[in-house]
Design a binder for this molecule. Structure first.
Ligand SMILES: NC(=O)c1ccc[n+]([C@@H]2O[C@H](COP(=O)([O-])OP(=O)(O)OC[C@H]3O[C@@H](n4cnc5c(N)ncnc54)[C@H](OP(=O)(O)O)[C@@H]3O)[C@@H](O)[C@H]2O)c1
Length: 252
């Protein structure tokens, strides 16, 4: 059987596409030939990304809204299917850590907000695309956790618990839907130099972090996007239910 790595005539939905990692993933999937539905809350950023994809010869549509709203995600999946065709690839990246805070003083409303953003949003995206993937003979799903969900860290406990939940949710989906030719995998980065992070770190802190990483540098969004693209194509056709730690050796 021929193994192809290109995504020609495939449709991918990327949530969190307005973030640095999501934008890089969207560019990469478009480069591999997929029509990419880019989802997030910031329309101006998504419009720019989509225009860039079109300029480079790709196909893309913009979808704006809250990934924490299950009905909105159903509408997105329906609209993507109508505009681009059935969704073959879901990359669920919407999320965010929020400020760390001791658990004993963690505000319960904030706790729910983090769980909603980082875990429930993944379930809502899955719920929106799975029926069509089953109907059309399969699909590939890539979720994003974090090193914070793999072992205790300085991140907040809600984020860590949500991301650990994403790992298990992904494993569960992999097992539950393997019979339907749906593969589901997760990536768990430690630190990626997004625009937001770059704006926040002094050169000194950045160098100190880079020095503490065995491979000697902070990860780039392209490092994460490369692994996601691999998991989204047939090149990873016998890989499912796994979580790829992308850390430069940081968690060893
Ligand atoms: N950067 C890292 O070092 C790192 C490490 C481990 C894991 N991660 C994970 O990687 C993913 C992407 O993060 P990033 O670093 O690229 O951060 P980012 O630049 O802040 O991107 C976050 C993305 O998620 C979207 N998003 C957040 N809440 C949403 C909501 N309620 N509805 C719809 N979209 C929502 C944002 O949309 P808008 O901006 O349009 O609101 C944005 O597109 C996150 O899940 C994060 O937890 C990042």
């Amino acid at each position: 059987m021929a193994i192809t790595s290109n995504l020609a005539e495939q449709v991918a939905l990327v949530t969190g596409a307005s973030g640095s990692i999501g934008a890089e993933v969207s560019r990469k999937l478009a480069h591999l030939g997929a029509a990419v539905a880019v989802h997030g809350r910031t329309q101006s950023v998504l419009n720019k990304l989509s225009a860039e994809i079109h300029r480079n010869g790709g196909n893309s549509e913009v979808y704006v809204g809250d990934a924490r709203d299950p009905e909105h995600m159903i509408t997105v999946a329906t609209d993507v299917t109508r505009a681009l065709g059935p969704i073959n690839v879901l990359v669920a990246l919407a999320g965010g850590e929020g400020a760390p805070s001791p658990t004993d003083s963690f505000d319960p409303e904030r706790w729910l907000d983090v769980i909603d953003t980082d875990l429930n949003s993944v379930f809502y995206a899955l719920r929106a695309v799975l029926p069509s993937m089953i109907e059309h003979g399969g699909g590939r799903i890539v979720t994003i956790a974090s090193s914070a969900g793999r072992r205790p860290s300085k991140a907040n406990a809600a984020y860590a618990a949500a991301k650990a939940g994403v790992v298990m949710l992904t494993e569960h989906i992999a097992k539950e839907y393997a019979h339907a030719h749906i593969r589901a995998n997760c990536v768990a980065p430690s630190i990626a130099e997004t625009t937001k992070l770059r704006d926040r770190l002094s050169a000194q802190t950045r160098d100190a972090i880079a020095t503490s990483i065995p491979l000697g540098r902070i990860g780039q969004p392209s490092d994460i996007a490369e692994a996601i693209a691999f998991l989204a194509t047939d090149r990873s056709s016998w890989i499912t239910g796994t979580t790829v730690d992308i850390t430069g050796g940081m968690t060893l």
